[in-house]
Design a binder for this molecule. Structure first.
Ligand code: CDP
Ligand code: CDP
Length: 212
């Protein structure tokens, strides 16, 4: 039988990696894990229990005790949760606890699609396909703004752009598993591509890598 097809997708906030990951998973009949949700769920646990987001001990405990039910909480998608997730995600013990969860998900007979910040570099360094999705910060801010407005969350474009720049800086500069393209990742710039065009481009990259 064919070797499992693991597709690792990384990139900054609102680059379109989640939308792309979902579509690729559907197309190839593979399970999909949005790994950002794990970090968001750790942050939400701290908020719910009244712990400080900078309490690394509480964050490590929340990560080791994380349950799958937490991942469907609608509050995880709120704007403030992306920022909170980014803060807890720099704690090495949090990353270690979530690593085994992510590896278990990726290691199955048919394969999987995972999206996040360190999938190609840390979680699945052996993935057959690695995509690194980028887009101009202004375009990413417009996308996230539209998305939040659609969900009834009131924010300004300027506030979102500031969020995105702060999160890019924090995620790229942290010591533990910073956001960066794996050496063997294919970089896909979606600034000028809608979700459909990005998907078509990604499928052609996957097909090329599968055949190689
Ligand atoms: O969708 P968006 O890119 O805005 O956020 P997300 O993917 O849900 O990730 C939220 C935060 O979790 C990021 O800013 C990262 O700091 C962190 N994260 C991470 O460190 N490693 C991952 N594999 C996924 C997310
Ligand atoms: O997962 P990530 O934070 O990278 O981004 P996303 O949640 O997949 O995408 C953010 C928003 O941009 C969604 O509303 C998408 O429909 C839209 N979008 C996209 O995903 N891909 C494009 N090439 C253009 C827009």
């Amino acid at each position: 039988r064919a070797a499992p097809l693991v597709i690792a997708i990384d990139g900054p906030a609102a680059s379109g990696k989640g939308t792309l990951a979902k579509r690729l998973a559907l197309h190839y009949g593979l399970p999909h894990l949005d790994t950002g949700l794990l970090y968001r769920a750790v942050a939400l646990t701290l908020i719910d229990e009244g712990s400080d987001l900078d309490d690394t001990g509480a964050a490590a405990r929340a990560a080791s005790a994380l349950s799958a039910e937490r991942l469907s909480d609608p509050r995880l998608r709120e704007r403030a949760m992306g920022e909170a997730a980014s803060r807890v995600s720099s704690v090495p013990e949090v990353r270690a606890a979530l690593l085994s969860w992510q590896r278990r998900f990726a290691e199955n007979a048919e394969g999987a699609v995972l999206d996040g910040r360190d999938i190609g570099t840390v979680v699945c360094p052996q993935a057959r396909v690695k995509l690194f999705i980028i887009a101009a910060p202004e375009e990413r801010a417009r996308r996230r703004h539209r998305e939040l407005l659609g969900r009834g969350e009131e924010t300004t474009l300027a506030a979102i752009l500031a969020d995105i720049r702060a999160r890019d800086a924090r995620d790229s500069s942290r010591a533990a598993a910073p956001l960066k393209a794996a050496e063997d990742a294919v970089v896909l710039d979606t600034t000028e591509l809608d979700a459909e065009a990005a998907f078509a481009e990604a499928v052609s990259i996957v097909e090329r890598l599968k055949a190689a």
